[in-house]
Design a binder for this molecule. Structure first.
Ligand SMILES: C[C@@H](N)C(=O)N[C@H](C)C(=O)O
Ligand SMILES: [Zn+2]
Length: 204
């Protein structure tokens, strides 16, 4: 019995140490693929706070989430579109600033409750663009907090509904979940074991 317990503890310890030493917690998606477009709004004052919140424009994600996003991008590419990234990992302190401005958990995850899946490096805010980077209409601007952003609002042209349908289909296919109030937000399903982070973006 004693040796079984020792064996079990050894196994648990080895698993933890492998996870902590071998795998980086977050990867920069640019190091995995050059096929994304970027408009990291929180690295500019053009966002709903009106202030620059990040020191640099980077998309950091859990490696598993980054791999899933690469697969989704390939899916869209085969259909004539690519992903444009608005936001990925977001430090908890930035979440607090956002929540102070918009204390509505349906639009900004509550940093004093569960937080946001962005704070775990496991959510993305994205849209689609054409292969050469041209705008694709989704029915509202990014971070428009109102009915026009809701995914259960079907009061749009057939073209917009088709764009949204494709976006949701591609993302769900590779393990992302939608939320009802924001067409651009996708949380990776398997995020429960990831911890919340507050490290600033690693800008050189
Ligand atoms: C603030 C917005 N871009 C967003 O990501 N909202 C969700 C709900 C979040 O904060 O997790
Ligand atoms: Zn989001």
């Amino acid at each position: 019995m004693k040796s079984l317990i020792v064996l079990f503890l050894g196994f648990v310890f080895l698993n933890f140490s492998t996870e902590e030493t071998d795998k980086p917690e977050l990867v920069n998606i640019e190091s995995l693929s050059s096929e994304f477009y970027y408009e990291i709004r929180y690295a500019t004052p053009n966002n709903f706070i009106g202030e620059t919140l990040y020191d640099c424009a980077q998309c950091l994600l859990r490696p598993e989430v980054a791999e899933a996003l690469l697969k989704a991008n390939q899916f869209f590419c085969e259909r004539g579109y690519l992903i444009k990234i608005y936001d990925c990992y977001r430090p908890l302190d930035v979440q607090k600033k956002m929540f102070k401005k918009v204390p509505r958990p349906t639009y900004v995850g509550n940093p004093y409750g569960k937080g946001s899946v962005h704070n775990k490096g496991a959510a993305v805010d994205i849209t689609l663009v054409t292969l050469d980077g041209c705008y694709v209409e989704m029915g509202s601007d990014y971070d428009f907090f109102g009915r026009a952003a809701h995914i259960d609002n079907f009061n749009f042209s057939e073209e917009i509904l088709q764009h949204r349908k494709l976006l949701f289909e591609g993302m769900r296919k590779f393990g992302f979940q939608t939320i009802r109030t924001e067409w651009w937000h996708f949380s990776y399903k398997k995020n429960l074991s990831y911890r919340t982070l507050n490290d600033p973006l690693p800008c050189d």
